[in-house]
Design a protein around this ligand. Structure first.
Ligand SMILES: NC(=O)c1ccc[n+]([C@@H]2O[C@H](COP(=O)([O-])OP(=O)(O)OC[C@H]3O[C@@H](n4cnc5c(N)ncnc54)[C@H](O)[C@@H]3O)[C@@H](O)[C@H]2O)c1
Length: 253
C-alpha cells in the first residue's frame, strides 16, 4: 500500500466489536480515528487502548448530536477523510410480536443514523473534493433471516441509501460503498443466540448452526479484523473507482 499522510477517520459504534476492529485497522494504516459511540466511557477507553484516537459521545439517530460532533471534529482536525457508519444493534422477535419501539430504534440507529452522519459529513468532503464513506450493512442486506425483520429492513435500506449517496457524489471525489459482513465473532452474535434458540425451541448450538453457520460456506465465525481490512481497502487509493457497491465479506453465502 502506498504511503500517505495521516487521515482523519470517523468510525461510529467503535467502542467495541467490529467498529473497534475497523478503528484498529485504520490506526495500523497510519490514520487518526474519531471513536464515536453512545457510551462515552467505552469510547474513551477504546481510544486510550488504540493510541492515535479520541472518543466522542453521539447517538447517531439524534441529528443535533450528529451535527455538533461532526462540527467538533472538523474544528479539531480540519478535515474528515473517511466516515465508517458502523453503529448498529439487533432485536429478535416474530413480525407479529415485534414491538414498534424496537422497530423504530433499529431503523433509527442503522438506517437514519447512517443517513444523518453521511448528511453532515458530505459538505466537508465536497469542499475537499475527496472523501470515502463506508456503510456497514450485513449479509442481511441481501438475504433475510427469521425474527430479524427490523434489522433486515434497515440493512437492505442501507444498501439503497449507499447507492443513492454514491450516485449523488460520484463527481465530487467521494466514494460511498457498503460492506456486507457475514457472521462475525462479537457480542451482537453471542447475545442473539439464546433468543434464536428460544424462538425455535432448540439448543444454542443448533441455533448457531441453523441461523448463523448453516448457510455459510466456510462454517466459521469471521474475525472483526477481516471487516477492518476491507474497510481500509475501500478507503485506499486503489479503490478510487469503486462506488455504490455492496461488498460481501461473508465466508461465502
Ligand atoms: N456481528 C456480526 O456478525 C455482524 C454481521 C453483519 C453486520 N454487523 C454489523 O456490524 C456493526 C457492528 O456490529 P457489532 O457486532 O460490532 O455490534 P456490537 O453490539 O458489538 O457494537 C455496536 C456498537 O454500536 C454502538 N451503538 C449502538 N447504538 C448506537 C447509537 N445510537 N449511536 C452510537 N453508537 C451506537 C454500541 O454502543 C456498540 O459499541 C453493526 O452495524 C452490525 O449490524 C455485525
Amino acid at each position: 500500500m502506498s504511503k500517505q499522510a495521516e487521515r482523519t477517520v470517523i468510525v461510529t459504534g467503535a467502542a467495541q466489536g467490529i467498529g473497534y476492529a475497523i478503528a484498529e485497522s485504520f490506526i495500523n494504516n497510519g490514520d487518526f480515528v474519531a471513536i464515536l459511540d453512545l457510551n462515552l466511557d467505552a469510547a474513551e477507553n477504546a481510544a486510550a487502548k488504540l493510541g492515535n484516537a479520541k472518543g466522542y459521545k453521539v447517538d447517531v439517530a439524534n441529528e443535533e448530536m450528529v451535527k455538533s460532533v461532526v462540527e467538533q471534529i472538523i474544528s479539531e482536525r480540519g478535515t474528515i477523510d473517511v466516515l465508517v457508519n458502523n453503529a448498529g444493534l439487533q432485536h429478535i422477535a416474530k413480525v407479529e410480536e415485534f414491538p414498534l419501539e424496537k422497530w423504530n430504534l433499529l431503523i433509527g440507529v442503522i438506517l437514519t443514523g447512517t443517513f444523518l452522519m453521511t448528511k453532515h459529513v458530505i459538505p466537508t468532503m465536497k469542499k475537499q473534493n475527496k472523501g470515502r464513506i463506508i456503510n456497514i450493512s450485513s449479509a442481511h442486506g441481501r438475504i433475510p433471516d427469521a425474527y430479524k425483520s427490523a434489522y433486515v429492513a434497515a440493512k437492505f435500506g442501507v444498501v439503497g441509501f449507499t447507492q443513492t449517496a454514491a450516485l449523488e457524489t460520484a463527481q465530487d471525489g467521494i466514494t460511498v460503498n457498503a460492506i456486507m459482513p457475514g457472521p462475525v465473532r462479537t457480542e451482537l452474535i453471542e447475545k442473539q443466540l439464546p433468543k434464536l434458540a428460544a424462538e425455535d425451541g432448540t439448543s444454542v448450538e443448533e441455533a448457531l448452526n441453523h441461523h448463523i453457520l448453516g448457510k455459510q460456506w466456510m462454517k466459521r465465525l469471521l474475525e472483526p479484523s477481516e471487516i477492518g481490512a476491507t474497510a481500509v481497502f475501500l478507503a485506499s487509493d486503489g479503490a478510487a473507482a469503486i462506488t455504490g457497491e455492496g461488498i460481501g465479506v461473508t465466508g461465502g453465502m
